[in-house]
Design a protein around this ligand. Sequence first.
Ligand code: ZN
Length: 309
Amino acid sequence: MHQTTIAKRVQCTGIGLHSGKTVKLTMRPASEDTGIIFHVATPAGKKTIRPSPDIVIATGLATTLGKDGVSVSTVEHLLATLRGLCIDNLHIEVEGGEVPILDGSAAPFATLLSESGICEQRSARRVCRITRAVRFGGEDKYISAEPYNGFSIDYTIVFPHPAIGTQRKKLELTPFNFSRIAKARTFGFLQDVTMLQSRGLALGGSLDNAVVLDALGVMNMEGLRCSDEFVRHKILDFIGDMAMLPLPLQGRFTVFCSGHSLNNEFLRHIMTMRDSCLKTITLRGKYDAPFRRPQEPPLRETRIPALAG
Ligand SMILES: [Zn+2]
């Protein structure tokens, strides 16, 4: 299994969740072993930021990375898409301090990157695998992880709201299975949205980029994209939060009522014990591949009829 990047430069513009202003995102191919790098436009020129658990400086509204006075926000759905589509190397240029929220899901990023094309590079892919069972958190919310050749997740959420309740979903992360969760939008409660916007936060948040719930149910005219859209989005967020590690994380995860904050604490926790619970693996040969490619239909031979005479 080889490393990958995208075939050509792609870009999009959209609303910034924090600022409510138009922000611009450009993604460029990167050479092998580059990893994922953000290039953030600042008045002093472009500054680079590499995702890392210890530079997650905010998780309340969206995940923000910050280092040396430079920050980039709302990175989680894009990073989840890169892990979902198995893209290892990419330059991401951001103008406006945040990644556009688009429709609040990962689907527009998946479409944009797929349209660019994903190409294999020469070097073998490397991953970071959990090597022993780890449990983090309390009884009311926790993450447990165990060794696994791939990324599998069993996620449960419990919200005392008639539209949500208890939802549970299992997912084996492959590029194909990622499409099952990519369309799930972020969600929030009306009283929280009103409070945030009264404080000048979430100025770009609207029914165009989030599922908003009031006491009775879903306020969006179009309703939900699927009945368990909430837990699907939580899985998406979890994948994005685990993408703060420099290499794709492998393990079997059982997650109960976690969110961005606990996800980040979990990563910081396993990083403090990385010598005893994480191992870098180079994926060689087809049996090490973290996913099986969807079976492509066999090529049909086109027969050219013999010319008469
Ligand atoms: Zn999210």
